[in-house]
Every structure is written in C-alpha cells, then in structure tokens.
Design a protein around this ligand. Sequence first.
Ligand code: SF4
Ligand code: SF4
Length: 319
Amino acid sequence: MDTTALSKKIKEKTLELGFYACGITDCAPINSTVTHAYQTYLQEERNADMNYLNNYLSLRFNPQQLVPQAKSIIVVLASYYNNTAFFPPQNRYHLARYAWGQDYHKVIKQRLKTLQQYIVQLVPDSINRYFVDTAPVMEKHLAERAGLGWIGKNTLLVNQHGSYHFIATLFTSAVLTYDQPALSKHPCASCSLCQQACPSQALRNFGMDARKCFAYQSIENHHDIDEDFNSNTHYIYGCDECQKACPFNHNAAPAAIKEFDTNPLLLDITDEQWENIHQEDFDRIFATSAVKRIGFQKMKSNIQYAANRLYRKNNHFIQ
Ligand code: SF4
Ligand code: SF4
C-alpha cells in the first residue's frame, strides 16, 4: 500500500475510534523558537514546582530520540465537550469540563492500543508507541505541525472547533504522508479575550505563568492554595475561564467518546454536599475520574479555599 493510501486508512480508523481530528508529522526536532520560549519559561520559573518539566529536555525537543525507529508521528484530538448542564445556577462550585467524564489517560490509551493493532495489521513489521501525557512529548507543537490548529494566547492548541480536546500521539516506524501547518495569519493576532477572562492574570503574550493559574493551584500544587492567591474563582478543580472566553469554542466539536459523558454522580451535588464531602464520597464519585489523582485532602482544601473566597466576596470583602 502506498503512503497516501496508508495514511488515509489510518486517519479513517482514528475517526472510527472517536477522535475528531488526526494529523501526521515527521520526527524532526521542535523548532528553535519554541524550544527557546520553553527554556525561558523554565528560567523564569513560570513552571512553579512542576519540576518534571525540567527533565528530559533533549527527548522533549527531539522526538526522534524518544522512538529512534519512528518515521512518522500520528497526532489525534479527542473532544471532551458535551452540553450537559452540569452546574445548575444555584450551585456555586465548578470543576473544569475535562474532569466531568472518565480519566482520559485510560480512555484514550485503550483507543490508541486499538489503533496500534490496526497499524500492525497494515504494516506487520512496524514499531509503534503511543503516549498520553506519559512521556516528554510536546503534543501541542506536534499537533500544530501536523496541521491540527495553532497555539493560542491561552497556550492551548486551538482550531476552528476550539480547544476542548485531549491530544495524544502515536509514533510509528511506518512511512506516512505528512500534513502541513495551515496558517498564514495567526487567528489570535487581534484577540485577547482569553487573557482578559483569566481571573488571576496568568496569561501574557503567548505565555502562561503557572504560579498564577488556578488550574495549576488546584491540581498540580500539592499544598493548600495560599489564601493570598488572588483568584475570584468558583472552581474547586481546574479552570475553564480562558477556554470559555475563546470564540472558537462556540463551535466546539461534540465529544464522540461516551466515556467523556458527564458522570451522573456529579449532577446532583449541592454546595453543602461539596462542603461536607467525606473520603467515601470522594472515592465513589471520582472512582473513574482523573480528579482522584489529587486525593481527598487536596479536594477538601480546594473546596475550603473556594468557600472562603465566596464567603468574603458575598460579604463585600472582595470587590
Ligand atoms: S485556566 Fe483559568 S487561571 Fe489558568 S490561565 Fe486559564 S483562565 Fe487563567
Ligand atoms: S480567546 Fe482569542 S486570543 Fe485567546 S485563544 Fe481564543 S482566539 Fe486566541
């Protein structure tokens, strides 16, 4: 089978598996503008205490080193956008949308395993490895290179269907047809809605300061959120404000993977129940969710932080 036909069959298979877009790129190094920006980000300590981002820079910048036999990188996008009215107006506490369904690591890995098996059927001696947040892979930049969108001022991969998607990669020794980045004029050039929407001014130019980002504070920061951290937020896990503000998300691709449907246990929880949540509730509600990774104590602490902010706000301590 020629590379064009093979690439087409693989892309068709990814759609069948529930991904909404697939692009293919080569294994060339990440371009120097990107690697320079990444190193500046680390030097300025905008990665907060996510020290793992300092590791394996050579692998991160040179995908070929990660899988030496690879000839192509298949990049897939899985939408997690669904229209469930998760938070009725009387509820105050929010979770980032990506956490409404099941843990994407497991869900996407299952599908990539199927894709890997399919590629082996087509190319029996091929070597294939897939990654879902499990290796130093610069997914957003590989996705951009594979024609799947651009890096927005919210620092996420954005395309005509917005940014409510997970990105995953499969490196293969199969020789495929590469896609090209599509942009001429950057769609974010005359827009800054995401930056304006950020409650804690974490976004600057095309960069992010994790120390100021509530998503970092509520998930990656293993300590309690400092009461001085200034975020007028109703979130207790993650944050979607910069995504909600993005006009491209008005045309979000609906999630085709049923495991990303909203967990029904989340639908009826009142604020009072969140505030009185017990370990058993946490374990039951988040049994199949990525949220369980932060642990019960961190969730309690996040709820306390949000409760304090709301209380102070409602009493006019916060303008
Ligand atoms: S996730 Fe929230 S806090 Fe972080 S940059 Fe976006 S809007 Fe700001
Ligand atoms: S809100 Fe505007 S600037 Fe931000 S990512 Fe979307 S299009 Fe780009």
